[in-house]
Design a protein around this ligand. Structure first.
Ligand code: FMN
Length: 140
């Protein structure tokens, strides 16, 4: 069975909801997947999973300067060696700008290069998101 983990950082619950919907979709594809916040994450287990989805809210000046905050940077730097295929997600209000680039920069050399980027402004996990997740699970 494919194993996965969805790890998120959420302030007001939107990113958590997106993470839960992502996890629920992966379950329908037969993937065993806990959804946890970065603070509750058992880091040692992440080294063993096949798929790792990492997501957080977009933090910046709304049009520019998007970047992960200190708890996320600390989380990224504490990761054990990761063999999983990696995907990123973020929720936002106006623009994600440099968010994915900065998240990738923090992960570089610690995880394989992320394969997918999902972003969510409002609403629910879209059909396009589900299709992207399906391709990610299938490895195509
Ligand atoms: C300090 C702060 C900075 C933010 N910066 C941005 C930004 O640069 N671009 C953007 O689109 N949204 C920005 N947002 C909005 C959040 O990213 C958005 O509301 C997010 O979905 C909240 O997720 P959460 O409910 O999981 O905390 C910012 C919010 C806060 C509180």
């Amino acid at each position: 069975m494919t194993t996965a983990a969805v790890i998120c950082r959420s302030r007001t619950g939107k990113t958590r909801r997106y993470a839960e919907e992502t996890g629920a979709h992966l379950q329908t594809r037969g993937v065993d997947v806990p959804v946890v916040s970065i603070g509750d994450c058992d880091m040692a287990t992440l080294g063993d999973v096949d798929l790792l989805l990492l997501g957080r809210w977009t933090n910046g000046m709304f049009v520019v300067m998007q970047h992960p905050d200190q708890p996320w940077v600390a989380f990224s730097r504490d990761l054990p060696p990761i063999r999983a295929r990696v995907g990123l997600f973020t929720t936002y209000q106006l623009a994600t700008g440099s968010m994915f680039g900065r998240m990738k920069a923090e992960l570089r050399g610690r995880t394989p290069e992320p394969e997918i980027e999902l972003k969510w402004r409002d609403g629910r996990l879209s059909q396009a998101d589900r299709a992207t997740l399906d391709r990610f699970v299938a490895g195509s």
